[in-house]
Design a protein around this ligand. Structure first.
Ligand code: FAD
Length: 450
């Protein structure tokens, strides 16, 4: 039976960062990736969720010791446009200090993952693809035993769970360590969303090469919104995220959602929503099929991708059991679903280093120190907008627009934007206050039974 110091389940950004850091700190590190086929990769590889955008300060939060190489990037970005039903706001600064010169960049996620894998292997970690982990028998004294799908067994002193937000392995590992109530909160069915996207060629004249665009208040559901991310050439990823199982009869302002039709009695499929978005934005001037063709040799399959995702808050790890949970599996991905690669890389890096040093007990406090502010911002903002209807988005964007000075936050403008601005800021600050002292953590370390 193979024996390693640190076994990592999952070879996405969190897993590769964990393997890299463990190997850099002289541990024998093994990353086990089940392997997913993609049209844009020759061999099966990690499940590269390809809606990849990186904001300026996220590059610092990743703490990668080297910049993301140019061959991984698609486009440098100048800002983001948020579109409400009638109000728009363009933001040209994240408002957070950063060493990165621009607003951020879009990147090719498969290449990003390949680069992270290369780094892990260069550091001395082993990366195995094609045989997923079936089961982990947790034993902090004699060593954990990982059983792979083909029956092979591997023992490891430390296990780092980086199996992504679906937590297929993580939930089974945590089940015996948590009360039924706590494990129920982690079930992926509790807060499930679906993300769907298409790679489409755009006519040059409407292709915005340096701005991300998000549409809020266009489709119903908490954190449900379409987006366009510019890629290379004039190809953009047009996608959306929406909750699974939303009952439209509970949506009071049905008529106000621009991408819903009165005849819809169930939530439309992702491709229907995207079609309606393109028709709404460009249908007057263009034939959508002809002018915005699908780029079929990209993405997971035929130019499209679908991912099940969960909107959640982070959990502590059972470090006394010599187990760490990182990235999407720990719920570090933003409560808005996106914006997770940076926290995945950072939590993986922290866990890998601490496991290699035999100091994993420090993990829960170290990750909070490193990414706590970011999580607090995301969790609070997601709470503030819970229940927002189309008119609320318009109001919010109108207020934010008045608070900006040439796309950058400006204190005087904020102060002079009236009661609405202050109330928006006040609600956000008050929500953040409610999550003070790490109260955003949904499973605390003390809740684990050993
Ligand atoms: C539609 C969408 C858009 C997004 N956009 C952005 C964005 O623009 N910017 C950003 O920073 N983040 C974005 N994110 C979030 C980002 O994709 C995640 O935060 C990130 O992928 C988390 O990395 P991870 O390594 O924790 O998990 P994942 O990337 O999910 O990796 C987990 C890996 O574990 C493997 N695995 C699972 N089970 C097993 C098993 N049993 N055995 C072995 N391997 C296993 C999977 O195959 C997968 O490769 C987006 C997410 C979605 C869904």
């Amino acid at each position: 039976m193979q024996r390693v110091d640190v076994a990592v389940v999952g070879g996405g950004p969190a897993g590769t960062a964990a393997g890299t850091a463990a190997a850099e700190n002289d541990a024998d590190a093994l990353i086990i990736e089940k392997g997913v086929p993609r049209a844009d990769r020759e061999q099966p590889g990690p499940d590269s969720t390809d809606a990849a955008g990186m904001l300026d300060y996220w590059t610092d939060l990743m703490d990668l010791n080297e910049p993301v190489p140019e061959w991984v990037k698609c486009r440098e970005l100048d800002g983001t446009v948020f579109r409400g039903p009638t109000e728009n706001v363009t933001i040209r600064s994240t408002g957070i200090d950063s060493s990165y010169p621009n607003f951020g960049f879009t990147f090719n996620r498969a290449r990003f993952d390949d680069w992270l894998r290369e780094r892990a292997e260069d550091a001395g970690a082993t990366y195995r693809v094609g045989n997923g982990v079936q089961h982990v028998d947790v034993d902090p004294r004699a060593g954990h035993t990982l059983t792979l799908r083909d029956g092979e067994e591997i023992t490891a002193e430390y296990v780092i769970l980086a199996d992504g937000p679906q937590r297929t392995v993580t939930n089974r590992v945590l089940e015996p360590l948590l009360s039924d109530d706590a494990i129920d909160r982690l079930a992926s069915t509790r807060a499930n969303h679906i993300a769907y996207q298409e790679h489409r060629e755009f006519p040059e004249e409407v292709f915005d090469e340096s701005l991300l665009t998000f549409w809020w208040g266009f489709i119903p559901g908490h954190t449900a919104y379409p987006w366009v991310f510019p890629n290379d050439g004039t190809v953009a990823r047009v996608g959306l995220t929406m909750p699974i199982g939303l009952d439209l009869s509970t949506v009071e302002s049905h008529k106000e959602y621009a991408l819903l039709r009165e005849s819809d009695d169930t939530v439309p499929a992702g491709n229907v929503y995207i079609r309606r978005l393109l028709e709404r934005e460009y249908g007057d001037e263009y034939d959508i099929d002809e002018a915005f063709p699908l780029v079929e040799d990209r993405g997971k399959r035929n130019g499209t991708e679908t991912y099940p995702i969960s909107s959640t808050r982070p959990i502590d790890s059972p470090t006394a059991a010599k187990v760490a949970i990182v990235g999407g599996a720990m719920g570090a991905t933003s409560a808005f679903h996106e914006g997770g690669d940076h926290v995945a890389v950072r939590t993986g890096k922290i866990a890998g280093r601490l496991a290699a040093l035999g100091a994993l007990r420090a993990y829960n406090s170290e990750w909070k120190h490193a990414i706590g502010d970011e999580i607090l911002r995301n969790v609070s903002l997601a709470d503030v907008v819970r229940g927002y209807e189309p008119s609320d988005w318009d109001r919010a964007f109108g207020v934010v627009d008045r608070m900006l000075n040439d796309g950058k936050y400006h204190t005087r403008k904020a102060l002079t934007s009236g009661l609405r601005g202050l109330s928006l800021l006040g609600t956000y600050e008050w929500t953040k206050f409610g999550y003070r002292n790490h109260r955003y953590v949904q499973i605390q370390e003390e809740q684990y039974e050993r």
